[in-house]
Design a protein around this ligand. Sequence first.
Ligand code: SF4
Ligand code: SF4
Length: 429
Amino acid sequence: MRSLAFSSTFTSNRELHDKLYFRNQKNVGAQGVMVKSSPLKTAMVFVLIIIVVVSLSILSNRIWGGKHEQVQEVNKPIIEQEMTVAQFGRANELSNPVLKELFELKSKTDLEKKLNEYGTPDQISARVVKKLALASEHGSKNWLKIPLKFGLWFAFLATTFILLKKRKVGPRLRSSLLFVSLLLFGVILGSDPNPMGTIKDAIHLYGTTRAIFPPRLIALAIFLVLVFLANKYICAWGCQAGTLQDLIFHINRTDKQKAIIGRQIKLPFVLTNSVRFLFLGVFTLVVFAWGIDIIEPVDPFKIYKPMYLGFSGGISLVALLLASLFMYRPWCHLFCPFGLAGWLVERTSLVRISVDYETCIACQKCATACPSTVMDAILRQNKQTIPDCFGCYTCRDVCPTDSISFSIRKRTLPPADFFIKGPKDKSVK
Ligand code: SF4
Ligand code: SF4
């Protein structure tokens, strides 16, 4: 028999949080942007966010645009029968040091050797493409900026994590943090660090040139280790496309707003994940078969580099942002390759959302407040299909009995029929 008087167990932190969280609840979504409901005002906030992000990004690109971090396309080299190494170098504008490295030349006289001594045209072409692709990758990076960007990113994520842990983040601060994240890592730092770009570019580079760029693999490993450590926390607060979608999602969060703009939907995970698997499969297939990157024209991260957006990019971006009003992070759930890779890794995450069924009263407020279907799956402990959890803390924040934590605690199974009958002997006083 466990009779619990939950209200007396709340900590002062909890009280402080409640004050922050539920203050102005009439005007603020469950964790969202301050909006007094009216279709016009909502439309204005939506347009304003896009205009602010695009115009500041244009400005930022002008200011910081000294070194353009765009990888140059590598074309197949010109190879003719009976060419010497030196002739091959001249035809393809390759310097002698590059030729020396490519063909492992021992002396200058080797430049006059026939090209066919070093392999078939296909072998030479593959070797040259790979070498030039790696050189192009290397040359496109600003090696001084990268550690600084990562340092700032880690500092921001750690600060947010501490604030959330201490229950200091109410709806306004949440929106501000999301905005600061996209401003810093999207607008100012040019969409960097970028988990999705890292995995997409790695597949594209290997598919088109069979080259592996080690720094990119290191970055990918860091992102995945972070997912292993703390779920999709990096997606929640550190991804520029993710935070933008999140911010827009919270324009339409209160009942009043939904009555005006339209209901938000939670698509079944089996559907969104199947689309995501399929999309990654098609992307990989097209890259390997034809060398075409189908994500590039619709890449939502290009909002931070508007000059590369193009017509299809602009249309798809507006569609995505409109969809974000009605669905939580549509890009992440339906298309993002890192979303999929992260989901696979987060199944073994150390720190994650778990429920204490000793104190849970089965009210399921957490499942209602969760922006996707994940809390519902966690409550029911369907281990095979627990969807992506972004570590947004919404479920913990709405729980009236403090039964939810984002911690190392192992997930346990609820008692049988717990959510059908509910706990018989518990009450909130
Ligand atoms: S899943 Fe979403 S938040 Fe995570 S990398 Fe992809 S776009 Fe960004
Ligand atoms: S389970 Fe909780 S932390 Fe995870 S996405 Fe849902 S509300 Fe956010």
